[in-house]
Structures are given as C-alpha cells and as structure tokens.
Design a protein around this ligand. Structure first.
Ligand SMILES: [Zn+2]
Length: 351
C-alpha cells in the first residue's frame, strides 16, 4: 500500500499495490515510487515528468492471472452413507453437496444430510423386512423382526470388541438383495453375514439344526461359516428344546453354471460371505425360545464371536458336510405383506 507523500515513500510489491499506485497516479497525485526489482534498494523518486512517465516507470509487465486453484480438495471416494434417518445406502454420485444414493429398495434418491460410512467394516444383513416378513413361526414371530434383533445384538458385540459394523437394514422396511450386496462390496466388508432363521426342517435332532452356506470357491468364506456354526450350536445347545434339523450343517449350493445359488453368498463378489440359518423358526418349541429377548442376545453374541474368531485367528471352524451340494428345496422366507398388481412391493423407509 502506498503511503501519503509526506511519509517515507514505500510501496508494496503486490499486484494490489501496483493497481492502487496506478489509480493514484491517474488521479493526478504524485508521490509513490516503484520498488526496484525484487523490492530491495532505496525507492527511486518520481520526477515531474507527468502522469504518463510515472505510469511508464511503475507499470509492471502485464500480468495474466494464473487460473485459480481448485477451492475444494478432492473428495475421498465414499461408497456408502448413513442418512439422517439411519438408513445405510450405496452412493451413486454427488449432486452439489448432496448425495445421490440407491434406496434400500434400489430406487434413486438424493439426500442432503448423510454421514459417510467407514470402509472395511463387518457388514451384517438382517434378512427380509417390511413387505417381506420372511418365515413366520407358529407363535406369530416374524423372521424379519427376529433377524434384526439378533443382528443388532451381534453388531453391538462386534462394536464393543472394536470391530466397526454396518447393518444393511436397521428398521422394518423392505430391501432388495442387490442393495444388500452393494453395501458389502462398496464398503469392502471384512466379512458379510446374512442373518436368517429357517423353515422346512426334515427330522428331530439332538443338537440345534443350525445351517450355514458359504461361497463354494472361497476357503475363507467356508471358514467364516464354520466358525459361526461352532459358536451358534454351542450357544443354543444348553437350552432344553426339541430341536429339528435339515441335515445340512455347513455347506454350499451352486447353480448349474457353478455360481453360488444364494444371492447373499453369490452377489457380494470378492467379499468373504456366509448365509446363516441360525435355528428353525418353523419349529414350535424353537419359535417360543427365539421369541425370548435373552435368547436373541445369546444368538447375536454367538454370531459376533464367530466373526471375531474369523478375523483374529486361523481356526478352521467345523460342521462341514462333505459333498456339499444340497438338492433344491424350500428355504426360509417367501412371505409377503403387500405387493400384487405387478407393482414393486418393496417399501422404502423414510430417508
Ligand atoms: Zn430368511
């Protein structure tokens, strides 16, 4: 900034100072001197050669402003966000400051308030929900509600042990299978477990008829399933219940082309995934047991222990049924509260 003529004459070397200087001269005022190159040395006096001479002395070379640097730093890639309403959703892109997301039912939406979810969590998938209650016990217990309660207990135990965990569904609403898998793949889940309860048992059993499906080509997926199997059978066995079984244990099932049959094992490609049928909600005595919140906690904590052992040890697990492939047969679920008329029955939650 130029000083008044009566002051020691000093100019700064900034473009702003130069522009001010030029404006001052053009207004017929004298006084300012230009600094020598680099700003060193004494100021040169301005002679009475007139405004044009002053301009010639003080005008710097025309300066073409450099392009302004980007104001915003690059945004980190965010695979999924948690909305203000507590809904985990895969991110499709940005819309200004808002997020374009895929809703639980797979519809596009824009949310303005959301929190990026951490990468590399454990992802738990409470099966069914909303329009799809899953299997329903003789006591009216709905699988979707039971799966959610158990998954919440498992998530709490995992978080308490220091393993960040994301639930694909944390309320009673519909959710399609691809979106569940997208959350696991997008977040690069350390493990993905779809939590279910079974129907269509075959025979009485001395032990819980827990049933796990793993990816046919993944040894780690198999180990994950085997460790959860060990923990859930150990946790439920002390209960005096007339257990039933389908004779499966830990196994796999494939389509004719060799791909895994079940979507929640097949679609999370590259992720160690397992589908857990923890007990038989279709069996009256088991359904009554599973309606007990304490038992739901016991199941959830068993699932968490299996996952933690998978992540922290190289233990092999057990319960494997050699020969794997099961014939097609009914499995849990298939119920529906809504739908019909050819419209998509999936009921998205408030975001
Ligand atoms: Zn199910």
């Amino acid at each position: 900034m130029c000083q008044p003529p009566s002051s020691p004459v000093v100019c700064d070397t900034t473009d702003v100072g130069r522009r001010l200087l030029i404006l001052t001269v053009a207004a017929g005022l004298t006084a300012c001197t230009a600094p020598s190159e680099g700003g060193a040395g004494p100021p040169r006096p301005v002679t009475a050669a007139g405004p044009a001479a002053v301009l010639a002395q003080t005008m710097p070379e025309p300066i073409t402003p450099a392009p302004a640097p980007a104001v915003e730093p690059p945004k980190p890639a965010v695979a999924a966000v948690l909305s203000a309403g507590g809904i985990a959703m895969p991110v499709l892109g940005r819309d200004g400051d808002a997020w374009k997301v895929s809703t639980p039912c797979g519809r596009e939406a824009v949310v303005t308030s959301a929190t990026p979810l951490p990468t590399r969590p454990v992802v738990l998938d409470p099966g069914h929900g909303g329009y799809d209650p899953g299997a329903v016990g003789p006591n009216g217990l709905e699988e979707a509600d039971l799966n959610l309660a158990v998954s919440r207990h498992a998530a709490a135990a995992l978080e308490a042990a220091g393993f960040p965990t994301v639930l694909t569904r944390n309320g009673d609403h519909g959710m399609n299978l691809p979106n569940r898998a997208k959350l696991a793949v997008g977040l690069q889940a350390r493990a993905f477990v779809s939590v279910h309860h079974n129907a269509a048992s075959w025979a009485p059993s001395a032990i819980p008829g827990s049933e796990m499906y793993h990816q046919v080509s993944s040894a780690e997926s198999k180990r994950l399933a085997g460790l959860i199997y060990e923990e859930i059978v150990a946790a439920l066995s002390p209960y005096d219940v007339a257990w039933v079984t389908s004779g499966v244990g830990v196994t796999w099932r494939t389509k004719a082309n060799g791909d895994d049959w079940y979507a929640m094992v097949n679609q999370p490609r590259g992720i160690d995934a397992a589908l857990a049928e923890l007990a038989f909600i279709s069996n009256p005595t088991e359904a009554d047991l599973l309606a007990d919140p304490d038992v739901q906690r016991v199941e959830g904590q068993a699932v968490a222990r299996g996952i933690i052992r998978f992540l922290t040890t190289s233990e092999p697990g057990s319960g494997y049924v050699e020969g794997g492939q099961m014939p097609p047969r009914p499995r849990c679920g298939g119920g529906s509260r809504g739908g019909g008329g050819g419209e998509d029955p999936c009921d998205d939650p408030a975001l």
